[in-house]
Structure formats: structure tokens, C-alpha cells
Design a protein around this ligand. Structure first.
Ligand code: URA
Length: 432
């Protein structure tokens, strides 16, 4: 029977929901072997999936394990997802900010792999912070304070985990319907009624071209709406690192700086957070439109309400909330060295993957799932595209554990920066 289904997809046919279930649930139960699922995935990769197949696959994966029931929460529920990038610490600010504005958000995040950092790794640099919460703990916390920020539960959408590992081993990851189904299966299982998607575009993103990012955004929204969830996707720039920090504790520091009304925040990062929050408030019916929602987000940052919610969340998850007043309680690297601009001019490029590679060499990320990370190390990128720069002025600040990793990162960063003599226009963070 399974070979017939593989053949149907290979020849460009459309599988029914029941046929997709046979393959996917059979695989989860261990009844359908890897090689048949691998062949089917390749047929999906080459032939594509119709919208009906993509929705069916997503819903089958979402129903393959536990699903959070948020129906008893007396506030609009929202989940957000970013397709990831370099320096993306958005959830650390956005989750408490939205909760401070009346949105209930039970956010589950992953660990970092390759060039993108994971929110869970970043959170774990807060002393004591617990990222492993049970579904009951998450629900109770969201009931009590409006938000949680925890690790992805293994019992949610187990089909996605299995299929992703197989896609990774069979060159079938880069298929828009398969990526969209994978992302949305976890969102549907997370139980929120509203879904906000931040689809990143550029050299530091999963989608490097605008065309592919638009296709992915469209597919994600059609799945969400098809599954009865109000869904909105934004396209945002990832052609340079987001904010000024790349590295776990450094990114938590930047998130706290953004939340603290008495400290300056990075304009591109704050603009992104407020734009996302504006759309979230509008989506949930808590603001008449995104522009009003954005103004509300700014007020919640300025009043300190978002910061207070962050403190409550850290405390609820066992972390030390004093980190918000004393950033020195976060892990700190022993070697902190500035990297000067080699010439004067205007910054034309801060290559995100090169900065991420330097951070990886310092120990901030992992190449394999089992690798340990060093929370203290990373890179500060002190200039954005369009900024004027003087020769000798610091453009990066490197936080290193050892002399040898410092030297390696310094060498890598030589090719991260491009400076031109003529002015370069800044690149806005919001694309659509
Ligand atoms: N992120 C996911 O969750 N799934 C994919 O397939 C790709 C990126």
C-alpha cells in the first residue's frame, strides 16, 4: 500500500488526508520504515504539495502527540514564531511585552544549531532559569502571570521531530510546504488561537531571497487560517545581525536593556519588537489596528510594565530577577577586546553569517546537537549598515574565553565588514 502512495506522489498526484495519515502516523508508530518515508519526502520535495495536502500534513503532524489546551485561559492566546537569524532575541522582549498588554502566551522555543542561536540557550544564561516545564506548569504559569518562555516539549508534534531528522539526512529540508508544515504543526499543537510569524529574509536567514520568503509566508498563513487560527506573517530584514549582540548572555543583556526604560536600546531591534507587538495586539483584537498596537507597545516599554512582566516570568521559572538591575550577574567572559575599523567611510555590510561564525568559534553556538555552549562569549556588532565610521573606531567587541578563540574570531571578523567611501543608505528592519 505505501509504495502505491509514494508512486502517486512521484507521478504528481494529490494524496488525501487519510493517505497522508497512513504514511506519517505509520512512521511515528514504527510501522512504516525510514526508506519508504524518505522516498515519499523526496517525491514531495520534487513535486511539491497542494494547499490541501500541506494543511492535511500539518494537522496530522500536530495531532501526532500531545496538544496544549489553552481554552480555559481567559485572555486572547497568541503564539509567535521567527524563522530565525543572527542575534534574534526578539522573543525575550516580545513575550513579556505582549503579556503586559493582556495577551496570553505560552511560548516554546528551541536550542540553537548552526548559525542561529536558540532562545532556550539564551534564557539558560540567566542564573537558575528553568526552561524545562511540563504542560501543566506552563498552563498554570500562563494562567497566573500571562506568559511562559520554555523549551519545546518532546511530546508535542513528535512526527515533526522524526520527519525533520529524516529530511536532514535526505536533502529534503529546503521544500517550502515541508518547512511550513513543520513550523505550523508545532504552532497548532501549542494551542494558541492567534499566530504571528516573523519570516526573516537575507544573508543571515533561512530564506535568503525575498521571493522564497514571500512564498513561505503565504504558505504559513494559508495553513494557519485553514486550521482556524487567525494568522499574520511579517517579512523582516536579516541582511545584518539583529540588534548589536550575538551570543547568549550578551543577547539577554540586550533584551533587558530594551525592556529597561532607563537604558538606550538598539533602534532597529526596538522597531522590530514594537512592529511585531503592534500586529499581535491588532490580531488579538486588543488594539484597533497595528499602528495603535505599536504605540501601545512603546508605552508598555516606557512605563516599565514589560520589564516587570519579564521579572515575574524569570522568577516564576526559578531565575534570579535581580539580573535586570545588575547586568553583571549574567555570565561574563574574561577577555573583552575591541576590534577597530581598518579605514574611514560608511558601513556597507555587516555580514551576519560571518559574525555568527565568529561567535561559534568563540563557543557561543553548537555545530552538533550534543555540543556544549559557553553562555558568556560572543560578539557585539557596534555599527549598522549606513553608519559612518572613522578608522580606528571600534566596530566589534569580542567576548572570549581563551586567547586562541579570540584570535580565531578576530581573523574571521576581518571579512565581516565592508566599508565604502561614499554614503550608504540604512536598511530598514521591516520589509512587509
Ligand atoms: N524550522 C522548522 O521548524 N522546520 C523546518 O523544516 C525548518 C525550519
Amino acid at each position: 500500500m505505501i509504495p502505491l502512495l509514494i508512486g502517486k506522489k512521484r507521478d504528481g498526484g494529490e494524496l488525501t488526508r487519510a493517505e497522508i495519515e497512513q504514511i506519517v502516523l505509520g512512521y511515528v508508530r514504527g510501522e512504516v520504515p525510514d526508506y519508504q518515508v524518505a522516498a515519499w519526502l523526496m517525491a514531495c520535495y520534487l513535486r511539491g504539495l497542494t494547499d490541501a495536502e500541506t494543511l492535511a500534513l500539518t494537522e496530522v503532524m500536530a495531532a501526532s502527540g500531545d496538544q496544549l489546551d489553552l481554552s480555559t485561559i481567559g485572555a486572547p492566546t497568541l503564539d509567535k514564531h521567527s524563522t530565525g537569524g543572527v542575534g534574534d532575541k526578539t522573543s525575550l522582549v516580545l513575550v513579556p511585552l505582549l503579556a503586559a498588554g493582556g495577551v496570553a502566551i505560552a511560548k516554546m522555543s528551541g536550542r540553537g544549531l548552526g548559525f542561529t542561536g536558540g532562545t532556550v540557550d539564551k534564557l539558560e544564561s540567566i542564573p537558575g532559569y528553568r526552561t524545562e516545564l511540563t504542560a501543566q506548569e506552563m498552563l498554570a504559569q500562563v494562567q497566573r502571570i500571562g506568559c511562559c518562555l520554555a523549551g519545546q516539549s518532546a511530546s508535542l508534534a513528535p512526527a515533526d521531530k522524526l520527519l525533520y531528522a529524516l529530511r536532514d539526512a535526505t536533502a529534503t529540508v529546503e521544500s517550502i510546504p515541508l518547512i511550513a508544515a513543520s513550523i505550523m504543526s508545532k504552532k497548532l499543537a501549542g494551542g494558541a488561537q492567534h499566530i504571528l510569524l516573523d519570516v526573516k529574509v537575507g544573508a543571515g536567514a533561512f530564506m535568503t531571497t525575498r521571493e522564497r520568503a514571500e512564498q513561505l509566508a503565504g504558505t504559513l498563513v494559508r495553513i494557519g487560517e485553514g486550521a482556524g487560527r487567525r494568522t499574520h506573517a511579517m517579512l523582516t530584514d536579516m541582511s545584518q545581525p539583529l540588534g548589536y549582540t550575538v551570543g547568549n548572555a550578551l543577547e539577554v543583556r540586550e533584551a533587558i536593556e530594551t525592556l529597561r526604560p532607563d537604558l538606550p536600546s538598539h533602534p532597529r531591534f526596538e522597531a522590530l519588537v514594537c512592529a511585531l507587538a503592534g500586529h499581535a495586539f491588532a490580531l488579538c483584537g486588543l488594539s484597533p489596528d497595528a499602528a495603535e498596537g505599536q504605540a501601545r507597545a512603546q508605552r508598555l516599554l516606557q512605563s516599565g510594565d514589560a520589564l516587570n512582566k519579564f521579572c515575574q516570568m524569570v522568577e516564576a521559572q526559578g531565575g534570579d530577577p535581580r539580573v535586570v538591575d545588575d547586568l553583571n550577574l549574567l555570565p561574563r567572559a574574561p577577555l573583552v577586546v575591541e576590534y577597530p575599523a581598518p579605514e574611514s567611510g560608511y558601513v556597507a555590510e555587516v555580514a551576519p553569517r560571518t559574525v555568527a561564525l565568529a561567535a561559534l568559534q568563540l563557543g557561543a553556538g553548537r555545530q552538533k546537537k550534543e555540543d556544549a555552549i559557553d553562555p558568556a562569549v560572543g560578539v557585539e556588532a557596534l555599527k549598522c549598515v549606513g553608519d559612518p565610521v572613522q578608522a580606528g573606531e571600534p566596530v566589534f567587541r569580542i567576548h572570549a574565553r581563551t586567547e586562541s578563540s579570540l584570535q580565531q574570531a578576530r581573523t574571521t571578523l576581518q571579512s565581516a565588514l565592508r566599508i565604502l567611501e561614499t554614503p550608504v543608505p540604512p536598511q530598514g528592519v521591516l520589509l512587509a
